[in-house]
Design a binder for this molecule. Structure first.
Ligand SMILES: [Zn+2]
Length: 779
C-alpha cells in the first residue's frame, strides 16, 4: 500500500500538466502586466477635521480599454469603510478617484486591502499601506521599518499612505502562456519525436567552428538523454545524408539583427535547424529549443539549479517551429547565466573606474609632474589616494602629455579584437582638476564646477576628446563612463559624440528600491527618473547598472516587483545595455537573479508566468509554501515606506522573518520524506533555508549589539555598539552564529559547483571579520 502515494507523487512531479487543467489567459486582462498601474496618496481633508482623502490614481498604458472595478474591504483599524470604485479606463489614459477615511489616533501601520477586476475577471490583489505618525523624538534608524535620514519621509499626520502594491492574483493560465515552456497540446502538428525511451533516429550535425564553446552542445545531447531515458544523440560534423538531423550552424551570409539573435525552425523532412550570425546566437537557439520546447530549466546556477523535466512518455517531442528571436539589449551580463539567454554580446559593455589604470599617481610623479594631476585653484594637487585602494588621485584632463598617454592606452585596449568598449571613467569620487585650462572647459559649456564635484560637462568633453584620438580601426568601438557620483547630473550643454557610452547607476543607498522607478510616491525615484530620461535622450548608448541582491545584510529582498517594471521602462527611455551587480548570494536572493536574467534576454516576458513556472518546477511538491515564501518577500519589500536602503529596512521587520520562517517550515515538512529520486527538492528547500538563516542570524547579531545601522562591511565602530550588549546570553548568540557560519562555509565550499552559492568568499570574510571584532569587544 505504501507504493501508491509515492507513485502518485512522482507522476504529479513528472507530468504536472496532467494534474492541472490547462487554462488560457482570460481575455479581460490587459495585454501586459505593465499596461495597468495603480498609485495611492493621502492628505488631510481641509474641510473636515479628522477626515483624510485617499486618492487612487489609475493608469492604463496599454492599447485596450479597461473596464475597471476596485472592491475595497472595510478596514476599521484605518477607519476606512468598504467601497467600490468603477472606472472606464480608456487606452492610454489615467483617472483619479477620491475616497475618504477617518483614521483613529494611535494608528501605527495597517492596510486597506481589496481586489481589482477588469471586466468579469479578478485580476489583482490590492494592498494600500497606511502608517500613523512617527513617535516624538523619532530617530531614523531606531525603529523597525523606518527610513534613512538622507531621505526621510517623516510622518506627522494621523495617517499617511506610504505604499501601494497590486500584484496579480494567481495566474492559473501560466502553462499556456508563451513565456513558459510550451504545453504539449499547443505543439503544432505534425509532431517530431527527437528521441524516445532510450532510442533516437536523429543525429546532431554540429557545424560550429572547432574552437566554439561546446557547453550548449553538450547540454543539448545530455538533456535529450535525460528526457528520453538514456537516448544518445550521435554528434557528427557533416550531415551524412541522414534524414533526421538537428543542425547547428553559423550563417554569416545572412543579415542578423544582433550577433545573439537566432533562427530555430523545423523542416518538412522533420529536421531541426538552429542558425545564427554568430556562435553565441546558436547557443541561444539551443537553449531556446531546450527551455521553450523541451522543458529544461536552469532556475539557479550550479547543478542543483538545473531542472530537466522527464515526461511520463520518456520522449523528447516538439511540434513544428519557426522562431526568430533576438535579445532586448545590445549587451547584457545575464545574471541568470548564459543558459537563460541573458548574456548578450558577451556582456562586454561593462566598465568601471579607470583613470588610475590609465595614468596613476605616485609621490615621485606628483613631485616631478605636478601639472599632470588634478589641482585646486592655487595649484595644489588634489590628492585622493585612499587607504584600501578604493580610489586614487585624478589626472588633469587638459594636460597635453596626459591626453597623449591616455589616448595611447585606450587605443591599445581597443586594439584587442574582442574589446568593444574602453573605460574613460574617473577614479571613484575623486575631485576633478580645477586648473585654469580645466576651469576654462567648464566655462565654455556654461557649467559651474567650483569644487570639482559637478563635472558632467568636463567628463563628456574629455570622452569626446579621447574619441577623436581613436585610431580609424577603433572608431566603431566605444568609450564609456559611469553616470554616477560627480557626473550623474545632466550636463549644462556638452553633447556626447557618437561612440561615447554612459552607464547610469541606480544606487540603492541613494534611490528607492522598494517600488518601481516610475512610482510617483517616491521622491528619490522621481529624481532618478528625471536623470534617466535626460541621459536616455542624450546618449547614443546608455547602460543601466542596478543592484538586485541584498549584498549588505544578505536578507530576503523582493526586487521582482521592481525589476519587472524597471527593465522594460529603462529600455523605453533609451537604455541600450545592462550590467547588473549580480552578487552570487543565490540562496537568499535566487528569484531576483532568475527573473532579472530572463528579463535581460526578453524584457517583455510575463514575469508572473516565469515565477509560477519557477515555483512549480524548481520546488516540485513544495511549490505552494515556497511560492508563499517568495511572493511574501515581494510583499514585505513593496509595502515599505519610500526611501533608500530598502535592504536594511526589510531586515528590521520581525513580522517578515516570522512569516517567511513559517513558509519554509511548511516546505520542510513536505520534503522531509521524499523518495531518493526526488531528493533535489529537499536540497533546494534546504538551500533556501540556509540563505534565510544567514540573513536572520546577521540581523539578530545586529539587533543585539549595534545601536544604529551598520554599513555593508560590518561597520562596528565602538560608538555604534550598545554598551549593555556584552552579556553572556549575547555571547552565546554570537558564538552559535559563528559556528553556524563556519559550518556552512565549509559545507558550501565542499559542494562548490553543486549548491547555489550562499555567500561569495569576499563577503564571507567580511562577515567573519565582523563576528571576530565583536568577540574582541568582550575582552
Ligand atoms: Zn587641469
Amino acid at each position: 500500500m505504501r507504493t501508491l502515494p509515492v507513485a502518485s507523487i512522482i507522476s504529479l512531479l513528472l507530468c504536472p500538466a496532467a494534474a492541472v487543467v490547462a487554462q488560457e489567459k482570460p481575455a479581460d486582462l490587459p495585454d501586459h502586466y505593465r499596461d495597468f498601474a495603480i498609485y495611492t496618496s493621502s492628505e488631510p481633508d481641509p474641510e473636515h477635521s479628522g477626515r483624510f482623502i485617499l486618492a487612487l490614481e489609475l493608469v492604463n498604458r496599454g492599447k485596450r480599454h479597461l473596464p475597471t472595478r476596485i472592491v475595497l474591504d472595510s478596514s476599521p483599524k484605518v477607519g476606512f469603510q468598504a467601497s467600490v470604485v468603477n472606472v472606464d479606463l480608456n487606452a492610454g489614459t489615467r483617472a483619479t478617484r477620491r475616497l475618504t477615511f477617518h483614521p483613529p489616533v494611535g494608528l501605527n501601520k495597517n492596510f486597506i486591502t481589496g481586489k481589482i477586476h477588469f471586466g468579469n475577471t479578478e485580476a489583482r490583489d490590492l494592498f494600500i499601506a497606511v502608517r500613523g505618525p512617527d513617535p516624538e523624538g523619532w530617530l531614523p534608524d531606531a525603529d523597525p521599518d523606518v527610513d534613512d535620514k538622507s531621505e526621510t519621509l517623516t510622518i506627522t499626520d494621523t495617517a499617511q499612505v506610504v505604499a501601494t502594491y497590486a500584484p496579480r492574483v494567481r495566474a492559473d493560465w501560466w502553462r499556456t502562456h508563451p513565456s513558459s515552456t510550451i504545453a504539449p497540446r499547443q505543439r503544432v502538428k505534425p509532431l517530431i519525436t527527437l528521441a524516445s525511451r532510450g532510442q533516437t533516429n536523429y543525429v546532431l550535425v554540429n557545424q560550429l567552428p572547432p574552437d566554439a564553446n561546446q557547453v550548449a552542445v553538450n547540454d543539448l545531447v545530455r538533456c535529450i538523454g535525460i528526457i528520453a531515458d538514456g537516448a544518445t544523440l550521435p554528434v557528427v560534423e557533416k550531415s551524412p545524408q541522414h534524414e533526421h538531423t538537428i543542425v547547428l550552424r553559423v550563417r554569416a551570409d545572412q543579415e542578423w539583427p544582433h550577433p545573439d539573435a537566432y533562427h530555430l525552425y523545423t523542416t518538412s523532412a522533420g529536421s531541426v535547424v538552429i542558425e545564427a550570425g554568430h556562435v553565441d546566437g546558436v547557443r541561444n537557439g539551443i537553449y531556446g529549443l531546450l527551455t521553450d520546447h523541451l522543458d529544461c530549466h536552469w532556475f539557479l546556477p550550479f547543478d542543483l539549479g538545473e531542472e530537466i523535466v522527464q515526461p511520463v512518455n520518456l520522449s523528447a517531442i516538439i511540434g513544428q517551429i519557426d522562431e526568430r528571436r533576438e535579445p532586448s539589449f545590445f549587451s547584457s551580463n545575464g545574471i541568470g547565466g548564459p543558459r537563460n539567454r541573458g548574456l548578450t554580446n558577451q556582456g562586454r559593455m561593462s566598465f568601471g573606474h579607470a583613470w588610475a589604470q590609465l595614468v596613476k599617481g605616485t609621490e615621485e610623479l606628483y613631485r616631478e609632474h605636478p601639472e599632470w594631476w588634478a589641482r585646486d585653484r592655487a595649484g595644489n594637487i588634489l590628492k585622493f589616494d585612499q587607504e584600501g585602494a578604493w580610489s586614487f588621485t585624478n589626472f588633469c584632463t587638459t594636460n597635453p602629455e596626459v591626453l597623449d598617454m591616455v589616448s595611447q592606452k585606450l587605443n591599445q585596449q581597443l586594439d584587442h579584437p574582442n574589446a568593444i568598449v574602453a573605460s574613460v571613467d574617473p577614479n571613484d569620487y575623486a575631485p576633478f582638476c580645477l586648473c585654469e585650462t580645466c576651469a576654462a572647459v567648464d566655462k565654455s559649456y556654461g557649467a559651474d564646477n567650483p569644487a570639482g564635484t559637478y563635472s558632467t560637462d568636463r567628463m563628456i568633453h574629455f570622452a569626446n576628446e579621447m574619441r577623436s584620438r581613436l585610431h580609424p580601426k577603433n572608431k566603431h568601438k566605444h568609450l564609456g563612463f559611469l553616470v554616477y557620483a560627480y557626473q550623474i547630473q545632466l550636463p549644462a550643454s556638452a553633447k556626447p559624440a557618437d561612440g561615447v557610452a554612459g552607464m547610469i547607476c541606480y544606487m540603492d543607498w541613494k534611490y528607492d528600491h522598494t517600488r518601481p522607478m516610475n512610482d510617483p510616491s517616491s521622491p528619490s525615484n522621481r529624481k532618478f527618473m528625471r536623470l534617466l530620461k535626460g541621459w536616455g535622450e542624450l546618449m547614443p548608448q546608455l547602460g543601466f547598472y542596478d543592484y538586485p541582491t541584498d549584498y549588505m545584510h544578505y536578507g530576503p529582498y523582493g526586487q521582482v516587483n521592481k525589476l519587472r517594471e524597471d527593465l522594460p521602462l529603462a529600455r523605453e527611455l533609451g537604455v541600450t545595455f545592462t550590467a547588473m551587480e549580480a552578487q552570487p548570494i543565490y540562496a537568499a536572493n535566487g528569484l531576483n537573479h532568475y527573473i532579472c536574467g530572463r528579463l535581460q534576454w526578453d524584457v517583455n516576458a510575463d514575469v508572473d508566468v516565469l515565477m509560477e513556472e519557477f515555483f512549480a518546477k524548481y520546488y516540485g511538491p513544495a511549490a505552494e509554501p515556497m511560492r508563499n515564501y517568495w511572493l511574501r518577500t515581494e510583499y514585505y519589500t513593496a509595502t515599505l515606506r519610500p526611501g533608500p536602503r530598502a535592504q536594511r529596512r526589510m531586515t528590521a521587520n520581525p513580522d517578515m522573518w516570522n512569516e517567511l520562517d513559517s513558509h519554509l517550515k511548511a516546505a520542510e515538512q513536505i520534503v522531509q520524506n521524499l523518495p531518493a529520486k526526488n531528493i533535489r527538492f529537499r536540497e533546494r528547500v534546504q538551500n533556501q533555508r540556509d540563505g534565510f538563516e544567514l540573513g536572520r542570524g546577521k540581523w539578530q547579531i545586529r539587533q543585539a549589539f549595534c545601536k544604529r545601522r551598520i554599513g555593508p562591511w560590518g561597520d562596528d565602530k565602538k560608538a555604534r555598539l550598545k554598551p549593555n550588549a556584552f552579556t553572556p546570553a549575547n555571547r552565546e548568540l554570537l558564538e552559535q552564529y559563528a559556528v553556524w557560519v563556519a559550518d556552512k562555509r565549509n559545507q558550501y565550499a565542499q559542494a562548490a559547483g553543486y549548491l547555489p552559492s550562499l555567500l561569495p568568499a569576499y563577503y564571507m570574510n567580511d562577515l567573519e571579520g565582523f563576528i571576530e571584532r565583536l568577540r574582541k569587544n568582550f575582552d
